[in-house]
Design a protein. Structure first.
Length: 321
């Protein structure tokens, strides 16, 4: 084995070890004695907000994903720096919404249990409660995370809508998530909107020769061209046409029919393992999507967490203590 390969393998081993060791401080009901009403307080805030603005569900789910994939699930995506060089101002995070719900939940918790519940746990609970509010899956959220003190715009290197299957599997695998987790978590695209700039290359200039992506269903491509012109930078598109506000299995049916909106959606058919998971989850009757989604969310929620005496419990989710 060459020295470079040895370094890569060592880094991967350390990353997986970090996930395993740090997650040992998490458990369901962590605040059972110190703040027994914590989950109920967060749920009340989320349900009230979602009743007024149900479209916040998708960005709140993405916020937890974006947090965990940079520095681990430590709430670093919530921090703000005066010089704007924070994760929140990185291009992939500019479309995140719902930060006020995190603030409101934290403020409500501080009134009852000051200095007890971390912002990173608040974010994990909100991701679950927002899905429940959309009549989607529920799962037992492990808590006990502590908050990080560092945020850096240069560290934001998230999986992209333009990624191929090799890169997606590598990026997820580095953090201890396997092919099934990749497919299941991609199912979060069953809710929410995308925008034309994220997929016009598939319609007009896929290989730089003015062509379209051959993996995209031709009828679906024609419909998309009616909505997205080559220079369109603002038009929003339903990621799961017809049910983008409903958490269901239709996303997988669309991907199976080559009607996934993004290149990363289509890529799920380019690997035997991920393709098998797509077709299994596409079966409406007997689909295990809701159960599987909860399992993968718990698994993702263990990435690089700070527990014990590491980190801190922020008083405000936007700034370190």
């Amino acid at each position: 084995m060459t020295a470079s390969k040895l370094v890569v393998v060592s880094c991967l081993f350390l990353a997986l070890l970090l996930v395993q060791v740090n997650s040992q401080g998490l458990k369901v009901g962590f605040y059972g004695k110190t703040c027994p009403k914590a989950e109920g307080i967060v749920r009340k805030v989320v349900f009230a907000a979602m009743k007024k603005a149900p479209t916040l569900g998708a960005p709140l789910l993405r916020m937890f994903f974006h947090d965990c994939f940079v520095r681990g699930c430590d709430g670093s995506v919530l921090l703000e720096l005066k010089n704007k060089q924070d994760e929140k101002n990185a291009t992939p995070n500019l479309s995140l919404r719902g930060f006020g719900i995190i603030d409101d939940s934290k403020a409500a918790l501080e009134k009852v249990c000051p200095g007890i519940v971390s912002c990173s746990d608040v974010l994990a609970l909100i991701a679950r409660d927002a899905m429940v509010a959309l009549e989607g899956p529920s799962w037992e959220v492990e808590t006990g995370r502590r908050d990080g003190r560092v945020t850096n715009i240069s560290e934001v290197n998230l999986p992209s809508p333009f990624d191929n299957i090799t890169k997606l599997i590598t990026d997820f695998g580095t953090l201890g998530l396997d092919e099934k987790d990749l497919v299941v978590l991609s199912g979060g695209h069953t809710i929410g909107m995308g925008h034309c700039p994220l997929m016009t290359n598939r319609l007009y200039n896929f290989t730089g020769r003015g062509d379209s992506d051959p993996s995209l269903d031709s009828e679906y491509a024609a419909k998309l061209r009616l909505k997205c012109k080559p220079t369109d930078t603002t038009t929003a598109l339903e990621m799961d046409p017809g049910s983008f506000r409903t958490f269901d299995v239709s996303y997988f049916s669309l991907v199976a029919k080559r009607r996934g909106l993004f290149q990363s959606d289509a890529a799920l058919l380019d690997n035997s393992k991920t393709r098998a998971h797509v077709f299994k989850l596409a079966r409406t009757h007997g689909s295990t999507f809701f159960t599987d989604f909860g399992v993968s969310m718990v698994k993702m929620g263990r990435i690089g967490v700070l527990t014990g005496r590491a980190g801190e419990i922020r008083k405000s989710c936007r700034v370190p203590n």
